[in-house]
Design a protein around this ligand. Structure first.
Ligand code: MEV
Length: 317
């Protein structure tokens, strides 16, 4: 008979959407990259009595979690019921370097790491489809109508080209350049922004659908630009997609200011990334030196943190 592990660990990481956010909810493609600089770890240990949880949001009995952790609670209960296991007797500890609510996939990454830790704790094997289905349960509570993109990228090691309800494909990142990510320091509002776009879809269908379709076309072009190493064109496409996202009302002043700042510093392109209305933006630079200068200017202009990724190389720089 298999016994429970005394301790089990599950990991995942953040993500950055290069292009295609929001439109991806409406079956258009998106391209996203793993963000290994922001890891998440969930550790489960065996204890006596009621389960407890420790995270940056809350520490205490699992059954008393605040509504911000309802997704994690429901996910754990569902998995325990499916695996015919008790949800008591566990100490669940979540540590994450992903800034929460910044469009970097924090909720999906935590859910991914939790599902992996629970399956390891109960000594059960976990395939990718089941993992994604479980993360989806959590994401539906956290975000309302998720495309599934975050779940896929936070559990993947390579950039993905993604379309809702179809197989996602890993794409080699041949493009040479440097991606700067900057945090506005403001919580993003993915759920609200996704709901608002859905509302606009009802109220002014034609105009909203046109913007969504345009983002889809820009994303297809970006895929080709990446495959053919056209960094300058990729930058242009990013900026054009930011204009569409602005027209969809999912940007805000802080994001627009950082995008303008990056473009004034001769970034090849810049846009918000993720759900918008706060959270993070990204900019593309040709050289490491330019990337550093842009990152510096972004900090001078209100960003609270920046990261630089060499594209086509290790994202963990
Ligand atoms: C959020 O990171 C990305 C959105 O496209 C929502 C989703 O894909 O579920 C805004």
């Amino acid at each position: 008979m298999k016994t429970l592990s005394d301790q089990a660990v599950g990991t995942a990481h953040g993500k950055i959407i290069l292009i295609g956010e929001h439109a991806v909810v409406y079956n258009e493609p998106a391209i996203a990259m793993p963000f290994l600089a922001t890891p998440v770890e969930v550790i489960i240990e065996k204890i006596d009595g009621d389960s407890v949880i420790s995270s940056s949001y809350y520490q205490g009995f699992f059954k008393n979690v605040p509504s911000s952790l309802k997704n994690i609670y429901t996910l754990t209960e569902t998995i325990c019921a499916d695996l015919n296991q008790s949800a008591d007797g566990m100490s669940i500890s979540i540590s994450s370097l992903i800034p929460p609510e910044r469009g970097m996939g924090s909720s999906a990454a935590v859910a991914t790491a939790l599902v992996r830790a629970l399956f390891s704790y109960f000594k059960k094997s976990l395939d990718q489809t089941s993992l994604l289905n479980y993360v989806d349960i959590s994401e539906k509570i956290a975000h309302g109508n998720p495309s599934g993109l975050d779940a896929r990228v936070t559990s993947s090691e390579s950039p993905v080209y993604f379309k809702k309800n179809s197989r996602f494909t890993s794409i080699p990142l041949h493009v040479s350049g440097y991606l700067i990510a900057a945090d506005t320091g403001m919580k993003g509002q993915t759920k609200k922004a996704v709901e608002d776009v859905a509302q606009q879809m009802k109220q002014s269908y034609k105009q909203t659908r046109q913007l969504i379709t345009k983002i889809g076309l820009l994303t297809e072009e970006a895929k080709t630009a990446i495959e053919e190493n056209h960094t300058v064109h990729l930058g242009e496409l990013m900026t054009l997609s930011h204009d569409c996202l602005k027209q969809l009302n999912v940007s805000n002043e802080a994001l627009d200011h950082l995008v303008d700042t990056a473009l004034k510093q001769k970034a090849l392109g810049a846009k918000l990334t993720g759900g918008g209305r706060g959270g993070c933006m990204i900019a593309l630079a040709k050289t490491a030196k330019q990337a550093k200068r842009i990152a510096h200017k972004l900090m001078e202009n209100g960003a609270v943190e920046t990261w630089i990724h060499a594209l086509g190389e290790d994202f963990n720089d």
